[in-house]
Design a protein. Structure first.
Length: 340
């Protein structure tokens, strides 16, 4: 029991330390004294604005998005009974990318005459709608006679992702240089535009999604034995699948719409925790949320400081950390299989 209580405590302490480091570091560094003055409303106007309107919303959005991506990655791995699975397999990412690129390339024609605020949120809204629509299409292709076949869903997701990628390529081919720059920047992910409105939108949705996904933790544990065994244990397998898919699509769609594409969080974090703490989803989902939030916080802090005053796209850093770790996992599993 001690280990169960100590792990969340360690992850919470790590999260708090990274939050403090994120507030204090950047192109304009803050001392502990200046940070305290800004938090208590006694600092200069510039520091007040920097802390409350720039850094804190950005850090909170990193926490929310990192937690959501890691939790949905863990849930997807449980759904497919495959530790290498991630939400990309059900078409969320490809759909979001296609609709976002469509809006980036065609917004001048599609939104002519609309208010400025509509044009400002158009890409995020398009990405969110695209994520949900594509996932819905994959679901319809995989569902038949009241049952949802996970293998068919995987194949449908791959096919739809390839098709969406082809259409995205056509749009990129037709884009101008400035549009191509915007597409590249969006596809690499960034928390640079974070604000309190985005936190207010994403926060409740991610909290609700994490809560309801964790309610299915026992069902995901039973899935490890197989779907037939899970049914024999009393779980309504197809209902669990639908709930997991809906929440994964909703959470990932919200995150992508606000930050662009950020890879490897949903793949690496649950896999690492599974090696460390086992496969009990009652713990794995909670730990994934905490460590995913810390991972994205650390990556964002590096993105703001490595080349300051410029900023690296956060997707580059998550890939630089995630890809080598993932290759190490593959080599580790290969060595294990050779020894058996």
């Amino acid at each position: 029991m001690k280990a169960q209580f100590s792990v969340p405590a360690v992850l919470l302490v790590l999260l708090v330390l990274l939050l403090l480091a994120g507030v204090m570091t950047g192109a304009y560094e803050l001392s502990g004294t200046n940070l305290w003055r800004a938090l208590t409303g006694r600092a200069e106007e510039l520091e007040q604005f920097l802390v409350w309107q720039v850094r804190i919303p950005r850090l909170l959005l990193a926490v929310v998005v990192g937690a959501a991506l890691a939790v949905t990655g863990a849930a997807t791995q449980g759904l497919f009974r495959n530790p290498l699975a991630e939400p990309t397999l059900i078409g969320v990412t490809s759909g979001a990318m296609l609709f976002a690129v469509t809006m980036l390339v065609l917004s001048a024609k599609l939104l002519a005459g609309f208010p400025v605020w509509v044009q400002q949120i158009s890409v995020s809204l398009a990405a969110f709608i695209g994520a949900l629509l594509t996932t819905g299409l994959v679901y319809r292709l995989a569902a038949g006679r009241g049952r949802l076949d996970v293998t068919t869903m995987l194949l449908a997701g791959i096919a739809i992702a390839a098709l969406a990628g082809a259409f995205t390529g056509l749009l990129v081919y037709q884009s101008t240089e400035s549009q191509l720059r915007d597409i590249t920047f969006w596809s690499l992910g960034s928390l640079g535009g974070a604000n309190w409105t985005q936190v207010a939108i994403a926060g409740p949705i991610v909290l609700a999604g994490g809560f309801f996904l964790r309610r299915d933790a026992l069902a995901l544990n039973a899935f490890l034995l197989g779907e037939r065994e899970a049914e024999q244990l009393g779980f309504r397998v197809d209902q669990v699948k639908r709930r997991v898919i809906v929440w994964v699509a909703l959470l990932v769609g919200v995150c992508i719409s606000l930050t662009g594409l950020i890879g490897f969080v949903g793949l690496v974090i649950p896999h690492f925790l599974r090696l460390w703490q086992g496969t009990d989803y009652r713990r794995l989902l909670l730990y994934s949320a905490l460590l995913g939030a810390s991972f994205l916080l650390g990556a964002d802090t590096l993105a703001r400081t490595v080349v300051a005053p410029a900023e690296l796209p956060i997707g580059i850093l998550t890939a630089l950390v995630g890809a080598p770790f993932f290759m190490w996992l593959l080599l580790r599993e290969r060595r294990k299989s050779m020894l058996l």
